[in-house]
Design a protein around this ligand. Structure first.
Ligand SMILES: Cc1ncc(COP(=O)(O)O)c(C=O)c1O
Length: 386
C-alpha cells in the first residue's frame, strides 16, 4: 500500500498541488499564531468574529459542567439532548421555517439531505461551482445528475425543459459560492423551480448569520419563505463561530430526514456544549448587530480601495473577496510573498477551483479593522510590484 501511495503523493508534488496543514497555536481571530509566527489573517470563515467570543466560551464551559463533554450516542438512540432540541427550535424560528434538524457538519447535512430526497430515476441539477459536498451528494444519490453553467438561468431552463416527465427534480445551489463569494440568484431559481415542478435546495454555509436584516442569511436577504425555498441548509461553524449544520423546512422534510438521511442517523450527536455555544451565537446575532454592519462596511472599504488599486477583484459583495490570479504557481507565490510580510491569505487552486482560475481567497471578518485592511492592501501592492 505505501508504495502505491508514495507514487500518488509524488505525482501530487510534481503537479505543485501538494497541500500542507499549518499548526495553529492560538484561538481564531484576526491575528493568529501559526508555526511560531504572528500573522494577520484573511482566510478564516469566522465572519462575525464569534469563534473566540467570551459568551460562546462561557456557554460551552457552563454546559459541559452540567452535560459533560461527549454526545454519547446518535440522536435516534440517546444522544438528542434538550440543548440540541432548543437549538433546532431557535434555528426554525430565525429562518421562518416549520422545523430545523441539526447535523454534525455541513458536509454531512448536504450528503444526508440530497441522498434522502433523491434516488434512482430522479433528476438533480447543480450549479457547476457548488461546494464539493453537494457534488459528492449528487453523485452518491444514484439520481441522474447534471451540472449547469454557473448562475446561468438560461442554461438551467434548457436543461429543465429536456427532463423526462417521470422522477422527482431537485435544483441545488450554494447560496453564496464559497470560492467566488457571489450569490446565487435565488428568486430566479425559485421561479424556475416552480415553473418546472422542481424542488429547490440552497446551501447557505456562507450567508447564514451574516446576510439579511437579522442575520438569517440568504433566504432573509431575498425574502424567500419555505414555499419558495423548501430546503434550506446552513452551517454553524462559519458565521456563527461554532460548529455543525442544520437543514430547515417543512415538518415533512425534517421527518423524512430523520428517517432516511444516513449521515444523520448513523453518527454520534454533536456535544451538547457545542449546541449551547451556538445558541449563545444566535443570541449575539440579536444583541450585537454591529458585527454585521461593521462587516458590510469593511467589504465596501476593501472593494473601493482594491478597485482603485486595479487589483483583480471578483464580482462579490460578500465577506469572500477573492483576487483572481489565474496561474496556480503565481497564486502560490503571491500567498507566500504576503506571508513573508506577516499576512496569511490562502491560495486556492485546482482541483478546488477550475484550472486557470487560481486565486487568493481573501475573507473579511467583523474582527478586522480598516487599519487591518490597509495593511493587507499595502502588502498586496508591494508583493505584486516585487
Ligand atoms: C458551501 C459549503 N457547504 C458546506 C460546507 C461544509 O460545511 P462543514 O465545514 O460544516 O462541514 C462548506 C465548507 O466547509 C461550504 O463552503
Amino acid at each position: 500500500m505505501n508504495e502505491v501511495l508514495q507514487r500518488r503523493l509524488a505525482e501530487r508534488r510534481l503537479q505543485s498541488r501538494y497541500r500542507r496543514r499549518r499548526v495553529l497555536e492560538s484561538a481564531q481571530g484576526p491575528r493568529l499564531q501559526v508555526d511560531g509566527r504572528d500573522l494577520l489573517q484573511f482566510c478564516s470563515n469566522d465572519y462575525l468574529g464569534l469563534a473566540n467570543h467570551p459568551k460562546l466560551i462561557a456557554a460551552m464551559q457552563g454546559t459541559a459542567a452540567q452535560f459533560g463533554v461527549g454526545g454519547g450516542a446518535s440522536h435516534l438512540v440517546c444522544g438528542h439532548s434538550e440543548l440540541h432540541h432548543q437549538l433546532e427550535e431557535r434555528l426554525a424560528k430565525i429562518t421562518g421555517r416549520e422545523r430545523a434538524l441539526l447535523f454534525s457538519t455541513g458536509y454531512m447535512a448536504n450528503l444526508g439531505t440530497v441522498t434522502a430526497l433523491m434516488g434512482k430515476g430522479d433528476h438533480i441539477l447543480e450549479d457547476r461551482l457548488n461546494h464539493a459536498s453537494l457534488l459528492d451528494a449528487g453523485l452518491l444519490s444514484g439520481a441522474r445528475f447534471q451540472r449547469f453553467q454557473h448562475n446561468d438561468m438560461a442554461d438551467l431552463e434548457r436543461r429543465l425543459q429536456k427532463l423526462p416527465a417521470d422522477g422527482n427534480r431537485l435544483i441545488v445551489v450554494d447560496a453564496v459560492f464559497s470560492m467566488d463569494g457571489d450569490m446565487a440568484p435565488l428568486p430566479a431559481l425559485a421561479a424556475l423551480a416552480q415553473k418546472y415542478n422542481a424542488w429547490l435546495m440552497a446551501d447557505d454555509a456562507h450567508g447564514f448569520g451574516v446576510l439579511g436584516e437579522n442575520g438569517a442569511g440568504s433566504a432573509e436577504f431575498f425574502d424567500l419563505g419555505q414555499q419558495q425555498l423548501p430546503v434550506l441548509m446552513g452551517t454553524l461553524g462559519k458565521g456563527l463561530g461554532s460548529f455543525g449544520a442544520f437543514v430547515a423546512g417543512s415538518d415533512e422534510l425534517i421527518e423524512a430526514l430523520i428517517q432516511f438521511a444516513r449521515p444523520y442517523i448513523y453518527t454520534t450527536a454533536m456535544p451538547p456544549a457545542v449546541a449551547a455555544a451556538t445558541i449563545a451565537a444566535l443570541d449575539l446575532l440579536v444583541d450585537e448587530p454591529w458585527r454585521r454592519s461593521h462587516l458590510q462596511e469593511l467589504i465596501r472599504y476593501f472593494r473601493d480601495k482594491a478597485i482603485a488599486l486595479a487589483l483583480p477583484v471578483m464580482a462579490s459583495n460578500t465577506a469572500i473577496q477573492p483576487l483572481l490570479i489565474g496561474d496556480e504557481l503565481a497564486a502560490m507565490a503571491l500567498s507566500s510573498a504576503l506571508e513573508q510580510r506577516g499576512i496569511l491569505v490562502s491560495a486556492i487552486r485546482p482541483p478546488t477551483v477550475p484550472v486557470g482560475s487560481s486565486r487568493l481567497r481573501i475573507t473579511l471578518s467583523a474582527g478586522h479593522s480598516k487599519a487591518d485592511i490597509d495593511c493587507l492592501l499595502a502588502a498586496l501592492v508591494e508583493a505584486l510590484a516585487a
